[in-house]
Design a protein around this ligand. Structure first.
Ligand code: NAD
Length: 261
């Protein structure tokens, strides 16, 4: 598989799953547009590493996924600087945990904006170019929470169920244009973010590291193993291949059996 001469824009790719997907697509030869927040030095280090390791062009956009104007400008800039957006990965996401009656209204709006509406805005801006070139791949990072719910995650679960529906609608609209649209639904993914929670949880609950992993983090995941960033990234790369050209409108679970229960 080679993605040489393709350009991939990955939202929320300054860390975690998005960065893993951007690196996997660059490894296949795609030029990439990184997006997300973080320390400028750290972002520049990741951007430069992608260029030097994989011999591609990597561009960074600081667009805020809560701002439709910045999203449209990011897509336009990518098309102008790198020639196209052939692969669009909607991955930026945040979480907030609270009972509905205490859920801050601004947090609800922010999660719906970043985890759901930003994907509508990026697609709206990128689809015309994909249609005109007669090829495209749209991949949305959903979650096991696009299929099942957990208490206290109302905005996240609503947004992730929403992105699963948006994926299916876009797949049908674009089916005859050689543009596929799919979502990937990970369970718990081992990211620095997750790892960093372990010491505090050990202290707060008086548990060992193994107990935190099995009884708290991986309670819902039958394999009792984390999904890795690389596993999710490899599936995203596969969805960009010719072998996946008839896979569209699907929701691919990568959750160690979570949603089989
Ligand atoms: P992460 O915190 O490591 O990465 C999130 C990325 O989104 C970062 O690059 C961050 O800067 C960016 N971001 C946040 N707000 C933004 C904004 N307003 N504008 C632009 N970028 C913004 O988290 P992650 O675990 O890699 O999560 C990535 C995606 O995977 C999310 O959609 C998340 O819901 C989903 N997911 C994660 C897990 C998990 O266990 N980690 C499981 C299922 C789904």
């Amino acid at each position: 598989m080679s993605l040489t001469s393709k350009t991939a824009l990955v939202t929320g790719s300054t860390s975690g799953i998005g960065l893993g997907i951007a690196r996997a697509l660059a490894q296949q030869g795609a030029n990439v547009v990184l997006n997300g927040f973080g320390k400028p030095d750290a972002i520049e280090t990741e951007r430069a590493a992608i260029e030097s390791e994989f011999g591609v062009t990597a561009h960074y956009s600081a667009a805020d996924m809560t701002k439709p104007g910045e999203i449209a400008a990011m897509v336009a800039e990518a098309e102008q600087k790198l020639g196209a957006v052939d692969i669009l990965v909607n991955n930026a996401g945040i979480q907030y945990v609270s009972a509905i009656e205490e859920f801050p209204v601004e947090k609800w709006d922010q999660i719906i904006a970043i985890n759901l509406s930003s994907a509508f805005h990026t697609m709206r801006a990128a689809i015309p170019g994909m249609k005109s070139r007669g090829w495209g791949r749209i991949i949305n990072t959903a979650s096991a929470h696009s299929l099942v719910a957990s208490p206290y995650k109302s905005a996240y679960v609503a947004a992730k169920h929403g992105i699963a529906g948006l994926t299916k609608t876009a797949a049908l609209e674009l089916a005859t244009h050689k543009i596929t649209v799919n979502c990937i639904s990970p369970g718990y993914v081992w990211t620095p973010l997750v790892e960093a929670q372990i010491p505090d949880t050990m202290k707060a609950r008086g548990l060992t590291k193994e107990q935190v992993i099995d009884e708290v983090l991986l309670k819902a995941q039958p394999t009792k193993e984390f999904v890795t960033v690389e596993q999710v990234a490899a599936i995203a790369a596969f969805l960009c291949s010719d072998a996946a050209s008839q896979i569209t409108g699907t929701n691919l679970s990568v959750d160690g059996g979570w949603t089989a229960q």
